[in-house]
Design a protein around this ligand. Structure first.
Ligand SMILES: Nc1ncnc2c1ncn2[C@@H]1O[C@H](COP(=O)(O)OP(=O)(O)OP(=O)(O)O)[C@@H](O)[C@H]1O
Length: 267
């Protein structure tokens, strides 16, 4: 059997001395679409950031392998070059850095995306139009003065430009009006059609999934993945919420507590 594109084993991570992720196991095959759901504060965004190498978080144990390489200790830019991509729940603003220059610079770092200045201008303008973004926005500073929905479209522009092997989309749908939601979901579908890339979609809103064939759904509660299933798990969560996983959470937490107690006894 082919190796997974992403393989996360027993991953534990913390910030400010608080453990947020507990023993995460996750495998994503090339070209597949995974959905990560869970209540507010479960640790979904944290997982996205830790996978991408955000230095705010400390990996306590476990490994992250991507495309056959152990990336656990790699910086975010190296993970990006390897083909990983994270769209932020709250995209950043960088005054003084025009969006166009930012996009040109990140493309120049990727030998496989080499383009002349003219080719780049044509390509990025076409992508902006496809996302129903005014190309004049490309001359504005990154994120500055953009509405919430416009910021999300800029994230999609980066996705279509960079064509990563794995895109982690962190609530790309939040704050979008119904038209913008349509544009963004068409952008995600275009990414899959053109590149065959894999997706890890973090969301509370199932409308963004309507155009996607979901292969696997994962449920995270209190920093643990407590259920895995296929696309049928999504309407189940919509109808019944996350309370149904309480028992699974309690079992996982009790098992962790037992391991910790045993380790303490051995020390
Ligand atoms: N940098 C940080 N420092 C301290 N605590 C953090 C940090 N990042 C996340 N946390 C905490 O970790 C927990 C999980 O947060 P996270 O944003 O990952 O949840 P989430 O599942 O994405 O939630 P939501 O659905 O509301 O976006 C929260 O209690 C949050 O306050």
């Amino acid at each position: 059997m082919a190796e997974p594109l992403l393989s996360v084993r027993d991953l534990t991570a913390s910030a400010d001395d608080k453990t947020i992720l507990h023993g995460i196991d996750l495998a994503i095959d090339p070209g597949t679409c995974h959905v990560l759901m869970g209540p507010n504060g479960a640790g979904k965004s944290t997982l996205g950031h830790v996978l991408m190498g955000d230095p705010v978080y400390t990996v306590g144990s476990g490994t992250i392998e991507f495309a056959g390489e152990d990336v656990t200790d790699l910086s975010a830019d190296k993970r990006s070059l390897a083909g990983m991509f994270l769209s932020f729940q709250a995209p950043v603003e960088i005054p003084g850095v025009p969006l166009y220059s930012f996009l040109r610079t990140i493309c120049q770092k990727r030998p496989d995306l080499k383009m002349t200045a003219r080719q780049f201008r044509k390509h990025v303008t076409a992508l902006a139009e496809e996302l129903e973004m005014d190309p004049a926005y490309l001359t504005r500073d990154l994120g500055v003065g953009f509405s919430g929905g416009e910021k999300k479209k800029v994230e999609m522009l980066q996705l279509l430009l960079l064509e990563p092997k794995l895109a982690i989309l962190d609530e790309t749908d939040s704050g979008l009006d119904v038209d913008a939601l349509g544009v963004v979901s068409r952008g995600i579908a275009a990414y899959r059609e053109r590149t065959g890339g894999a997706l890890l979609v973090i969301t509370h809103n199932t409308r963004i999934l309507e155009r996607l064939d979901v292969d696997e759904t994962h449920v995270m509660v209190n920093g643990r993945i407590v259920a895995n299933g296929d696309a049928a798990l999504i309407p189940n969560i919509d109808a019944n919420g996350f309370e149904q996983f309480e028992e699974a959470v309690a079992v996982a937490e009790a098992a962790d507590a037992t391991v910790m107690a045993e380790n303490a006894c051995q020390e």
